[in-house]
Every structure is written in structure tokens, then in C-alpha cells.
Design a protein around this ligand. Structure first.
Ligand SMILES: Cc1cc2nc3c(=O)[nH]c(=O)nc-3n(C[C@H](O)[C@H](O)[C@H](O)COP(=O)(O)OP(=O)(O)OC[C@H]3O[C@@H](n4cnc5c(N)ncnc54)[C@H](O)[C@@H]3O)c2cc1C
Length: 425
């Protein structure tokens, strides 16, 4: 039940005994991409920063994902145009391009050895009508955003994927992939080198606001810290002391299986261009080739949370699905199987801002590899008095009706609703 990424990377240090400072400019809650990126950028600006992480660095979704830094929103571009109008939809879409650029710049600036590569993103049509929609989306993205997208019809699909399961594809050259275990650990190293401190096994259990500004005392399982500002980066793992945020996020399990390393000729047949690939349905499958030539195959499998038994059951469903898509892998051994929590919001959009003096960014809806990194930096700007840096600031951020933090009831209802949508789409 261990993530391939964490199993094949080395932490930059052990931060479980580090002394929690009495006072800092910025306290960051959560040691994933949002938190580590915020810590790195804040420390680089000369601020004192402490990262408080309940478990270990990258323990959450940041160490468990598909490693795909892809373009685009979690909602279709056409839907975004209908909801928000062209100018805002274009701006929201471009923010994801900027987020990938930020990662690429960081990798280049520090020569990070994290297997970063812009091999492109690919969406697959599961039904013939999905391909019609793809063609419309590609036209809109080229015309309105200038995005380098192209479509591949069923007759030519073998140039992109060694499977007959799909009715066409849309390829976006700007998508990228990386080794998120190595990247997360490198980000922690950069944050430390810039002057931040990291505190693992330091769960924030209570928050006390001082006055009406951004100053707080955070009580952790290892001691208290007074912070000029607090940045919350807990995403799908947001819990009790941050109830306002918790009620706006439904944590949904997403699961992954990874095969043994495959011969080069099999890799070249499965995904010759090594795209970051996903299907266009709610019960999505996403897959890619890992840096050492394994197939990573993930999906929602079914609506469930993540724990060892759910991970195993979902992993078995995914293994079967993987073998249906790629019969070539009928005998391939599965070396890894794990799950993690994706933070879903009512409108499938990123939400970031300030509530009762706490700065927060979450609800990446399964698209947080790039956006969490980006928003960590943005939230430092916001904390320093630049709310306009946060493009998501005007989005309504509704409470999920009737949701008090027990996701199971919502998962069952949500699962049935999304399955019906997939059937009708
Ligand atoms: C299986 C899976 C596959 C995914 N695949 C992709 C993908 O391919 N591409 C993509 O773009 N996105 C993907 N995502 C989503 C992406 O991984 C996340 O959006 C992103 O990593 C969120 O980063 P984060 O730092 O905000 O949160 P996380 O990485 O989840 O970190 C939150 C941290 O907060 C800590 N925490 C929580 N409460 C407290 C507290 N009270 N005190 C201290 N610490 C606390 C947790 O321990 C955790 O470590 C996937 C997610 C999953 C689960």
C-alpha cells in the first residue's frame, strides 16, 4: 500500500524532532506541495517560516498522485465559458499553463533531478460522442486561448496509444510529467536552504486568533507557535481545527496501481509519446509511463475513501480495467497499489482566499500537482497584501449542504450521481 513515488525517492531530512520556534512571520499548515511551495517562496523573501505537518513531508496527496502536471481546469473549457464568460474562462485556463511553467522554471533554475519532462497531455474519448465534443473543445482552445492542442481520430489512434478501447484523443503539448516523490523532497530541501523550518509529526490541533488581523497562535502536538500569518495547505486532509474549510471540501479516494518495469518495446507500443493520459468521464482512468518504464494506472475506481482495504479493493478493480485497456499487460506483475484523497469542491474549481484571518488554498479537484505548487507562491503574495494575485478570489465558495465532515453519505450520493452522468454523457 506504499506509493511508488515515495518508495523510489529519498527524503531530504528527518524533521520529526526539530524544535518548533516560538514565533514566526508565517506558519504553514501541511507539508505537501501547497505548504512546501509557500514555505520556499516566503523564506526566499526573507520571512521566517515554519511548516507544521501532521505526518511526514509529502505524506498526503502530493506523494501519492499520478505525477501529471497537466493543462486545463477540472471542468471542461466549454463549461467554464458558459459559467464564467470567455475572458474569465480563458484567464482561469491560462493559470494552469503558468503553474506548469513555474514548476519548469524551478526545475531548470535549481537543476532538479526529478524526471521532469513536457511529453504532453492526452484526453481519450470513451464514447463516439465524446470525440465530437473534443473536436469542439480543441477548436475553442486554439481560437480563444491559443493552446497547442490537436485531435487524433480513431483511425490514427495507434500513433498515440496501443489500445482499441477509445474513439479518439485530444493532445495538448504543454502537459508535463515528473517524479513527484523526488520533486516533493527537493522542494523541502529548497525551503530549508532558503531558511524555512519543517516540523513533522506536528499536527495543528487548535487555532487561536489574536485580535482581528492575521496573527494566530497555533497549538500543535509538539508545542505552540505564534504566527504573523497562517497559510493552510491541507487539501483533502483538512480536519477539525479548520472546520470552515473542511465543510467546503469532499475528500474522495483516488487509487493507483503500478506494474513491474516493462520492456522498451512494450512501452513504445502502449504510449509511444509518453503522454500524461486520462479519460473524459467522472469515473476517470489516468495513466502514464513512469521514469523507469512501468505503467502507472489510476482512477477513482468507485467512490470510496482511502484506507488499506479500500486501496486493495480499488486496486483490484483498476488492475482488471488496465488489462482490458491494455491486453498486452495480462501477465504483467503489479508492484505497487495505493490510494489517497482528492479534494473536491461543489463547482470543481480551485478555492483560495482568507477566512477569519487564515489564508487558505485548496479544492484542486485532482489537478493539484501544478496548481498546489503555484498557489503556495500566490498565497505568500496574498499574505503580503496582494489579494489580486489570487485569480480565484471572486469565486463563490459554498458550504456543501448538510456536510459536517463525514464524507461517506456524500460519497454514496455523489457516486450514484456521477455514474449516471457518465452513462448519459
Ligand atoms: C491518487 C491521486 C492521484 C492524483 N493524481 C494527480 C495528477 O496526476 N495530477 C494532478 O495535478 N493532481 C493529482 N492529484 C491531486 C494532487 O496530488 C493534489 O491536488 C495535491 O498534491 C495537493 O497538494 P496539497 O499540498 O494541497 O495537499 P496534500 O499533499 O494532500 O498535503 C496536505 C498535508 O496536510 C497535512 N495536514 C492535514 N491536517 C493537518 C493539521 N491539522 N496539522 C498539520 N498538518 C496537517 C496532511 O498530513 C498532508 O500531508 C492526485 C491525488 C491523488 C490522491
Amino acid at each position: 500500500m506504499h506509493s511508488y513515488w515515495l518508495d523510489t525517492s529519498t527524503p531530504s531530512g528527518d524533521y520529526s524532532q526539530t524544535e518548533i520556534p516560538k514565533e514566526v512571520d508565517i506558519a504553514v499548515v501541511g507539508g505537501g506541495f501547497t505548504g512546501l511551495s509557500a514555505a520556499y517562496h516566503a523564506a526566499k523573501r526573507g520571512l521566517s517560516v515554519a511548516v507544521l505537518e501532521a505526518h511526514t513531508v509529502n505524506w498526503g496527496a502530493s506523494g501519492r498522485n499520478g505525477g501529471m502536471a497537466t493543462t486545463g481546469l477540472a471542468v471542461g473549457f466549454g463549461s467554464a465559458v458558459k459559467r464564467y464568460g470567455e475572458p474569465r474562462a480563458i484567464a482561469y485556463f491560462k493559470e494552469y499553463n503558468a503553474a506548469i511553467d513555474l514548476i519548469e522554471n524551478l526545475v531548470q533554475e535549481h537543476q532538479l533531478d526529478v524526471d521532469y519532462a513536457r511529453t504532453g497531455k492526452m484526453n481519450l474519448a470513451v464514447k463516439p460522442q465524446h470525440f465530437d465534443g473534443m473536436q469542439r473543445t480543441a477548436e475553442q482552445l486554439q481560437r480563444l486561448v491559443g493552446q497547442p492542442v490537436s485531435v487524433v481520430d480513431r483511425a490514427n489512434i495507434r500513433s498515440e496509444i496501443g489500445s482499441d478501447a477509445y474513439y479518439g484523443a485530444m493532445v495538448d503539448q504543454l502537459g508535463a510529467g515528473m517524479h513527484v516523490g523526488k520533486f516533493g523532497h527537493e522542494l523541502a530541501r529548497l525551503a530549508i536552504e532558503a531558511g524555512a523550518t519543517i516540523h513533522e509529526q506536528a499536527e495543528v490541533v487548535d487555532v487561536e486568533r489574536i485580535g482581528s488581523g492575521a496573527m494566530h497562535i497555533l497549538k500543535t502536538s509538539r508545542g505552540n507557535v505564534k504566527a504573523g500569518s497562517v497559510i493552510l495547505g491541507t487539501s483533502g486532509y483538512t480536519g477539525k481545527p479548520f472546520g470552515w474549510n473542511q465543510r467546503r471540501i469532499i475528500p474522495v479516494g483516488s487509487f493507483i496501481v503500478v506494474t513491474e518495469p516493462l520492456p522498451q518495446e512494450v512501452v513504445d507500443e502502449l504510449l509511444p509519446n509518453r503522454r500524461m493520459t486520462s479519460t473524459m468521464v467522472n469515473f476517470t482512468h489516468y495513466f502514464r509511463i513512469t521514469p523507469d518504464n512501468r505503467l502507472l494506472f489510476g482512477g477513482r475506481a468507485r467512490f470510496a475513501l482511502s484506507d488499506p482495504s479500500q486501496d486493495r479493493e480499488s486496486g483490484e478493480i483498476l488492475t482488471k480495467a488496465m488489462r482490458e485497456v491494455f491486453p498486452q499487460l495480462r501477465d504483467a506483475r503489479i508492484d505497487y497499489m495505493w490510494g489517497g484523497l482528492v479534494d473536491i469542491s461543489m463547482d470543481m474549481m480551485t478555492h483560495a482566499g482568507q477566512h477569519e484571518g487564515i489564508f487558505y488554498s485548496h479544492s484542486y479537484n485532482g489537478h493539484g500537482v501544478q496548481m498546489a505548487n503555484y498557489m503556495g507562491k500566490v498565497m505568500v503574495d496574498v499574505a503580503q497584501g496582494h489579494p489580486e494575485a489570487n485569480i480565484w478570489r471572486d469565486l463563490k465558495n459554498p458550504w456543501i449542504p448538510g456536510y459536517f465532515g463525514n464524507p461517506w453519505a456524500h460519497l454514496r450520493a455523489g457516486g450514484a450521481f456521477f455514474a449516471l452522468q457518465d452513462k448519459l454523457s
